[in-house]
Design a protein around this ligand. Structure first.
Ligand SMILES: O=C1[C@@H](O)[C@H](O)[C@@H](O)[C@H](O)[C@H]1O
Length: 281
């Protein structure tokens, strides 16, 4: 298993993507995950956001990343696909991301559903619409040999039975799962059960711990966590993470474990990295 990190860790530090590459290099990490922006945004353009935009040339970016010894483990194009806006905005966003990711040397794209029950649609209607959306996306992903991962994040994806149905939307090796230990936990589910049940579909993992205070305030009421304010290993999800790592390792999972936590400009994610390395040693 390889360790990477999501650049969300440096949102609060207002770093740009290059600073994240330097941090990866300084800390001996070869894998990075970030959000992809479709269009321009002032804050990203000014260099205060650690994500990349589709207008940035993917080949030139890949070459630059190589000089830091870093490659993408996944890019995040996770506009919620479950609501009425999913087919309108979410599908074209992912379709544009696929060729970009191919040029950028990135094999995986994260996608997901919305945090809440969609407005104006029954659950079955939303599932039917998502099935069509994933069908269109996966057809293109297969041609490019890019993995579309459904991230455990929202109303449907944190419900294991709904997630099982979603993973059956298309009969394709290119539709897989991004397990998220923190989002499953905050939704009131057991990340270890998720890991066991969906083991053969896991392509990428978000390692996210949950603070005792957040768990007390929100477990069972929320689905996703924007950025966990807890170093990995310090929270109430640490034992579950240890069990998930043991299951993945027994099953020779050789993908990337992407750390997701607040970085606090470095120290908090460095503490997380030290803990994770110790578990894998
Ligand atoms: O759970 C999440 C992540 O996995 C995802 O990668 C982040 O970008 C999201 O902000 C967050 O809610």
């Amino acid at each position: 298993m390889k360790i990477g990190f999501h650049t969300d860790a440096f949102n609060s530090a207002y770093w740009n993507f290059d600073q994240c590459l330097q941090w990866a290099n300084d800390n001996g990490l070869n894998f990075i995950e970030c959000g992809l922006i479709d269009g321009v945004s002032w804050i990203h353009g000014l260099g205060y956001q650690p994500h990349v935009a589709l207008y940035e040339d993917p080949l030139l970016l890949r070459r630059k990343m190589e000089t830091y010894g870093v490659a993408f483990s996944q890019v995040d194009a996770a506009f919620p696909l479950s609501g009425k806006e999913g087919p309108l905005y979410g599908v074209p966003y992912v379709l544009k991301t696929i060729p970009w990711a191919k040029h950028a040397g990135c094999d995986c794209i994260a996608t997901t559903d919305g945090l809440h029950k969609p407005d104006g649609l029954s659950d079955d209607e939303a599932m039917e619409a998502m099935k069509r959306s994933y069908g269109q996306i996966v057809e293109v992903a297969e041609a490019y040999e890019i993995h579309i991962n459904i991230e455990v994040h929202g109303y449907f994806t944190t419900n294991p039975d709904r997630l099982a149905q979603m993973l059956q939307f298309c009969d394709s090796d290119y539709l897989g799962l991004n397990l998220d230990t923190g989002n499953s936990f905050i939704a009131g589910q057991d990340p270890v059960d998720f890991c066991r049940r969906f083991l053969d579909r896991i392509r990428h993992v978000h390692i996210k711990d949950v603070s005792e205070s957040l768990a007390a305030a929100a477990r069972g009421d929320q689905t996703g966590i924007a950025v966990s304010q807890c170093a990995i290993g310090d929270g109430v999800n640490a034992e579950n993470i240890q069990q998930v790592l043991a299951i993945l390792s027994e099953n020779r999972f050789d993908g990337v474990l992407s750390m997701e936590c607040e970085g606090a400009g470095g120290p908090m994610i460095e503490k997380s990295l030290a803990w994770l390395r110790k578990q894998l040693a």
